[in-house]
Design a protein around this ligand. Structure first.
Ligand code: ADP
Length: 486
């Protein structure tokens, strides 16, 4: 039996190509599952290479006219899309919770967060400024203009089904690119709903296309290999990011990559411990630990280690795990069996090497893919939790003594997305902030994402930035014009 908690207006069993809701030539379907119950929410056409090519052709044909629209016109349309997302936030949130599992209030928060990128880039569309440069002689003038890169292919993950897409589509459309978007196979319904509203907002046929399907590698190969696509913007695992970057190498195709993280979260002994606990709760257990900026390794200075562990355990005891539609639930299911297996594996590995489970540590039996919020003490760097992203509600607490030692441990990873630390002394705050090799550092806070700020990583966590005035650059080329014989 299907229990679909939202109206059919948003439930199109189709992709979106050139302004038409269509299965293309797809003959098979795939199911979208509610991870809290295991029930099938919808069956969608399993689109692949043929449909992706058609969508690219449509995006290519639409791009010149879209870019030729005055920035203000594109801004008005994006603003309308933003308004529609806000007006429909409750229903969009229900779709998101149904297919992804996060608690309904968190889902609503994500919808508004996604919408904020659309609003921001509706505004930024009008501020794509060029440059004039003093010329070396009086008979010349030198000018830089910014132009859209062209057709953009986006590939996004399931953990933020609305925000990850909005962060790419909004700047791309704002500056005059057109888009072929492939949402994660686990969470295509939110993407479809956003496209329904985009159409309502007046985004013209071909400007935004959505391909749904389970064969990510085939769709990815076409997006990377088709010369009409000028740029790939991907959010997901470092492993897939590497594949896409390799596939883009033949055509020197531009890439923006938001990849894995392995965020350190450091608590110094002069920190406000209650604030640090609050920060850790938000950073670790939000989205059931399934975010790329999640605290993955929590380092606590020796003399406050026990106190911090006790306070954290008290807060974790207040969490309520369950179906995201139930009121009061604060932690939803993990996305699938694989997610649960990884959390189990990380806990088992840590325990076998001497860690202690303070709370949780195991899956919750019954329907759905739930894992109990977990705290591990006595962890060390020989364990998987020190090296790999857990992507689940597991908080390993490492002990450290000196500033030098913790900076070295925090930076000892190929990743460089987000880091967090809690401290009081201003000198130490600056020193640690500058020494952490990460694209983003939260200082005395566990939450830092905002559409106004540049989100992105260094090292193997990615290339490019999303959000802020810098985010538009990822979708722009600069062109230097030299006017002579004046
Ligand atoms: P996650 O572990 O979060 O699912 P992935 O990197 O596997 O992260 O997936 C993120 C997105 O990349 C999804 O939309 C998925 O379908 C897509 N994907 C997975 N493998 C490939 C691939 N080889 N080429 C292109 N896209 C892929």
């Amino acid at each position: 039996t299907k229990h679909v908690p939202f109206s059919s207006r948003f439930l199109r069993p189709a992709g979106y190509i050139n302004g038409a809701w269509t299965a293309g030539g797809a003959t098979k379907t795939f199911d979208v599952i509610n991870p809290a119950t295991g029930e099938v929410l919808a069956s969608l056409p399993d689109m692949g290479t043929t449909e992706t090519t058609a969508a690219i052709d449509a995006a290519y044909a639409a791009q010149v006219a879209w870019a030729a629209r005055p920035a203000k016109e594109r801004a008005v349309i994006l603003r309308k899309w933003f308004d529609l997302m806000v007006a429909n936030a409750d229903e969009l949130a229900a779709i998101l919770t149904a297919e992804m599992g996060k608690p309904l209030p968190e889902a609503r928060g994500e919808i508004l967060y996604a919408a904020s990128y659309v609003e921001w880039y509706a505004e930024e569309a009008k501020r794509i400024y060029g440059e004039t440069i003093p010329a070396p002689s009086n008979d010349k003038r030198m000018v830089v203009i910014k132009q859209p890169v062209g057709v953009v292919g986006t590939i996004t993950p399931w953990n933020f089904p609305a925000a990850m897409i909005a962060r790419k589509i909004a700047p791309a459309l704002a500056v005059g690119c057109t888009v072929v978007s492939k949402p994660a196979e686990q969470t295509p319904l939110t993407a479809i709903a956003l496209a329904v509203l985009a159409e309502e907002a007046g985004i013209p046929p071909g400007v935004l296309n959505i391909i749904v399907g389970i064969d990510g590698p085939a769709i990815g190969r076409e997006l990377c290999g088709n010369a009409k696509v000028r740029k790939i913007s991907f959010t997901g695992s470092t492993e897939v990011g590497r594949i896409l970057m390799r596939q883009c190498a033949d055509q020197i195709k531009k890439v923006s990559l938001e990849l894995g993280g392995n965020a350190p979260f450091i608590v110094f002994d002069d920190a406000d411990l209650d604030a640090a606990v609050e920060g850790a709760m938000a950073s670790k257990y939000r989205n059931a630990g399934q975010t790329c900026v999640c605290a993955n390794r929590i380092y606590v200075q020796s003399n406050v280690y026990d106190a911090f562990a006790a306070k954290l355990a008290a807060k974790v005891a207040e969490l309520s795990v369950g179906d995201g539609f139930k009121s009061g639930v604060t932690v939803g299911p993990l996305i699938d069996e694989q997610g649960v297996a990884k959390a189990e594996d990380h806990v088992r590995d840590a325990v076998s090497k001497g860690a202690r489970v303070v709370t949780g540590g195991k899956r919750i039996e019954g329907a759905g893919t739930f894992f109990a919020p977990t705290i591990l003490t006595g962890v060390d760097r020989s364990m998987k939790v020190a090296r790999e992203e857990t992507f689940g509600p597991v908080a390993p607490l490492f002990r450290f003594d000196t500033v030098e030692d913790v900076i070295a441990q925090a930076n000892d990873t190929e990743f460089g997305l987000a880091a967090y630390f809690f401290a009081g002394d201003l000198k130490k705050v600056w020193r640690v902030a500058e020494a952490l090799e990460y694209g983003m550092v939260g200082i005395n806070t566990g939450l830092m994402s905002a559409e106004t700020a540049p989100f992105g990583g260094i090292k193997q966590s990615g290339l490019g930035r999303e959000g802020s005035r810098h985010g538009a650059d990822d979708y722009l080329e600069m062109k230097y014009l030299c006017i002579g014989n004046l």
